[in-house]
Design a protein around this ligand. Structure first.
Ligand code: PLP
Length: 371
């Protein structure tokens, strides 16, 4: 079986498994307990937080451990919007965001009367001038993703951070698809909230980070006083141990991994030459995600054929009862009626893939789709 669906999730590495096994063996107690066992656990938690903070060039009090990208996005958006609604009820985002952002904002619109502007891509890009035109006095929050999970396309986050220096709106960035792949320094980028999920960079599922640059927000989970009163519930120490190790490992090899994945992406495309295809990922996309369409193909059928031959890839949009839901990302780029929505699949690489695997997939696609 060959796994090329790394934008959905990545496998745990040996070193992450070893770190989590060691954390399990320590039988860490509840870090909130005041006895010696508890203090040992809270010392470990402090170490993990310190490591994560230094990898993100920030201070430990800006790091909140969560259950993943969805919770981090929900916390930043609902938490900030509800705490600041007296200042304004306008939020700006893009039509390309992950559902954990879009559905959260729809909830704020429906139940709390917020007004959300959805920036639409023009030639595939979210444009700064559109953001500038959408900003209003009552805009309290701007939420944009660093890279899209279906196409890998990168949004101009640093430029947005610059633009927002002259506006009081808070800036939330869903960095789930870039964490562990590029150096992330939210303080330098003018980011107020940033979401990260461990399982996208070879960490465990169900654990993540919300970076918060000392912004006031309501917690999503009420209860105990964990995470500096920002997130109740006993911390997932084993998950946090694995995530910290995975982030540290990826930062040790950022350039090397990026170059390897770039080579895999190129080798795949070179091998595909001769076949009729088009790319939905732009030149500015992260090399880890390749969204590619084959004129006349049906992506649901194609995914099944590939699966039967041992290749796991996806479309990036949800699959319900064996059929592929049309992608809201491709719909925003091309329109609801575009045949590209049915013809496209997402192949997503990690540095653990090999050239042999991607060439094998290209050859298989040629044999399935070629004349
Ligand atoms: N944001 C983006 C861009 C994602 O790709 C994902 C995961 O697919 C999430 C958020 C949600 O992360 P999690 O699975 O950790 O809840």
């Amino acid at each position: 079986m060959i796994y090329l669906d790394n934008a959905a999730t990545t496998p745990l590495t040996e070193s992450v498994i070893a770190e989590m096994t060691q954390a399990m063996t320590l039988q860490l107690a509840n870090p909130s307990s005041i006895h010696t066992h508890g203090r040992l656990a809270s010392q470990k938690l402090r170490e993990y937080r310190q490591t994560v903070a230094s990898l993100l060039s920030t201070t430990p009090n800006n790091i909140i451990f969560t259950s993943g990208g969805t919770e981090s996005n929900n916390t930043a958006l609902k938490g900030y919007a509800l705490a600041h609604q007296e200042k304004g009820k306008h939020i700006i985002t893009s039509a390309l965001e992950h559902h954990s952002v879009l559905h959260t904002l729809e909830y704020l619109e429906k139940h709390f009367g917020f007004e959300v502007t959805y920036l639409q891509p023009v030639n595939g890009d979210i444009r700064l001038e559109d953001l500038r035109a959408a900003l209003r006095e009552d805009t309290i929050l701007v939420s944009l993703m660093y890279a899209n999970n279906e196409t890998g396309d990168m949004l101009p986050i640093a430029k947005v951070g610059d633009l927002l220096k002259d506006h009081s709106a808070a800036f939330h960035v869903d960095a789930v698809q870039v964490a562990g792949k590029i150096l992330l320094e939210p303080e330098k980028l003018g980011i107020d909230f940033m979401s990260i999920s461990a399982h996208k960079f070879h960490g465990p599922k169900g654990v993540g980070i919300l970076y918060n640059n000392r912004m006031l927000f309501d917690p999503l989970l009420h209860g105990g006083e964990q995470e500096d009163k920002h997130r109740a519930s006993t911390e997932n120490l084993i998950g946090i141990a694995g995530m910290t190790k995975a982030l540290a490992d990826s930062h040790d090899h950022l350039d090397e991994n990026w170059n390897k994945v770039t080579r895999l992406n190129q080798a795949f495309l070179e091998q595909l030459s001769g076949l009729d295809f088009y790319l939905n990922s732009k030149a500015k996309a992260i090399p880890h995600v390749l969204n590619i369409g084959f004129p006349g193909a049906n992506n649901g059928v194609l995914l099944t054929q590939l699966d039967l031959q041992g290749y796991s890839v996806s479309t990036g949009s949800a699959c319900t009862a064996g059929t592929v839901d049309p992608s809201h990302v491709l719909a925003a780029k091309y329109g609801d009626d575009s045949p590209k929505l049915q013809e496209s699949i997402r192949i997503s690489f990690s540095e653990l893939n090999t050239e042999e695997e991607v060439i094998g997939l290209a050859n298989l696609l040629k044999s399935l789709l070629g004349d």
